[in-house]
Ligand binder design. Structure first.
Ligand code: NAD
Length: 466
């Protein structure tokens, strides 16, 4: 029997992962990508921001270290060299994925795909050359694009999105960030560390909507202590561009405020990339994304969609997991997509990781108990110069089952992986283990012990308090 012909449209984390899985299962796979392989995550999102934030964290540690006074730092060209390293990291990872695809004999076709039917795709190459390819199943993973606010004209010089922010070669003196979501908070951390005066303008009553409220309250306190200005319940009403600067009038709960900055960054969310090239053949969609059923099938037979384009959770690991599932279904399985338990990680300073239910959500389900442990009482956090923040563990009153773990501080993103495996288990299943010393996981164990008032390194008077 001839191998099944699978065509994947979009080479981001959803698409390239789907291509590899389909090939592993014996498919003859073609992957169409108009840009560089890796999509937003690798080229303009997760990887470049985390590379820059990694260097910013080193800079912060170095500045806080006594070693700092023994060297004369030369800050000229700092951002430029960070950007160069970021490019090297992207190039290396892009090459790695191309090698992977090659090893699985995935045929990579450069060009823009236009869906002609559930079996046919027309490819328009950069040189405007065209060809029509056929497949037994088509997997759509076109990703998402930055949301724009119609009254703020994007000139990509002074008024920019994260795409341009990740290409800046000079640190702006001031940056106003519209939107206090994931991108807003991570880029606020980065540009603040490099010396920009950063202001966040968020329309809702707090930044990071949906995140555990106590974590957000504490992050906000730390941001404001470091002089990152935050206006919540606020919107940009008017802008006026003069020379190299942008003047803004913002509406805040306390009245109108005038601001001025070198860069105005829009980080107000992303929207599914639904172009008519993919939907002209009658695929159903809404502004929230391409419509799929629980098998990730679209309204067209043998056409699947996943990742940011279906708009459920715009996160790279979700796109990857959905890509695997769609590829397996296209190759003959019948697996259903179920909303996963995944850690939410933000690479701010301090870092944030959140797994399971928030306190508010947990309370709706019944009586709970809470333990907290501050990093200031953890030797590893102190010796690493990262004493800010704490860990909060939420457990059910009766069953002792862990319902949620929320971390603000040292190694939060690494701890998230352990925290994930603890959700639904009893507190004692984790506290029975002795952790290495001195390590950050000791703080997680102490937070679990504090749920029942048994943390050792907490004075009796502050047990259970944040
Ligand atoms: P987001 O949805 O996380 O945040 C957008 C923020 O902008 C929200 O807080 C929203 O209330 C606010 N906003 C919307 N309109 C506004 C207005 N007119 N004025 C002021 N504020 C306004 O989106 P994002 O930060 O742009 O990130 C895009 C996507 O990328 C998200 O889906 C996110 O999950 C993902 N992402 C994830 C990570 C991570 O996992 N660490 C990092 C960056 C981005």
């Amino acid at each position: 029997m001839d191998p099944k012909r699978i065509m994947v449209i979009g080479g981001g984390p959803g698409g390239y992962v789907a291509a590899i899985r389909a090939a592993q299962l014996g498919g003859r796979v073609t992957l169409i990508e108009k840009d560089r392989i890796g999509g937003t995550c690798l080229n303009r999102g997760c990887i470049p921001t985390k590379t820059l934030l990694h260097d910013a964290k080193l800079l912060r540690s170095f500045k806080n270290s006594p070693l700092f006074k023994f060297v004369t730092p030369d800050p000229s060209g700092l951002l430029q060299s960070m950007m160069e390293r970021k490019e090297q990291v992207i190039d290396e990872l892009v090459k790695g994925i191309e090698l992977l695809l090659n090893s699985y004999r995935v045929k990579l076709v450069r060009g823009e795909a236009h869906l002609l039917s559930s079996k046919q795709v027309e490819i328009v190459r950069e040189d405007r050359g065209r060809e029509i390819l056929e497949a037994d199943a088509i997997l759509l993973a076109p990703g998402s694009v930055s949301k724009i606010l119609s009254h703020l004209r994007l000139d990509r010089e002074k008024i920019i999105t994260s795409d341009e922010a990740l290409e800046l070669r000079e640190t702006p003196r001031e940056m106003v960030i519209v939107g206090g979501g994931y991108i807003g908070v991570e880029l606020a951390t980065f540009f603040h560390t490099l010396g920009s005066k950063v202001t966040i303008v968020e329309i809702l009553e707090n930044i990071l909507p949906g995140m555990e409220e106590e974590v957000v309250r504490n992050l906000r306190r730390i941001f404001e202590k470091e002089r990152i200005q935050i206006f919540t319940g606020s919107t940009v009403e008017e802008i006026c561009e003069t020379g190299t600067r942008v003047g803004l009038k913002i509406n805040t709960p306390k009245g109108r405020i005038d601001l001025s900055c070198e860069k105005l960054l829009l980080a107000v969310g992303r929207i599914p990339n639904i172009s008519s090239a993919l939907t002209q053949v009658g695929i159903e969609y809404t502004p929230q994304g391409i419509k799929v059923n629980s098998y990730l099938e679209t309204s067209l037979p043998d056409v699947y969609a996943f990742g940011d384009a279906v708009g459920e959770m715009m996160l790279a690991p979700v796109a990857m997991a959905q890509g695997v599932l769609a590829a397996e279904n296209a190759m003959g399985s019948r697996r259903e997509w179920k909303k996963p338990l995944i850690p939410l990680c933000i690479f701010s300073y301090p870092e944030i990781a959140s797994v399971g239910l928030t306190e508010r959500e947990a309370k709706e389900r019944g009586p709970i108990k809470i333990g907290r442990f501050p990093f200031r009482s953890n030797p590893k956090a102190v010796l690493s110069g990262e004493p800010e923040g704490w860990i909060k563990v939420i457990a059910s009153q009766e069953e002792d089952a862990i319902l949620g773990i929320h971390i603000l501080g040292a190694e939060a993103n690494l701890l998230a992986s352990v925290a994930l495996t603890m959700i639904g288990r009893k507190l004692g299943e984790f506290t029975q283990f002795i952790q290495a010393h001195p390590t950050i996981p000791e703080a997680l164990r102490e937070a679990c012990l504090d749920v029942d008032g048994l943390a050792i390194h907490l004075p009796k008077s502050i047990r259970g308090k944040g």
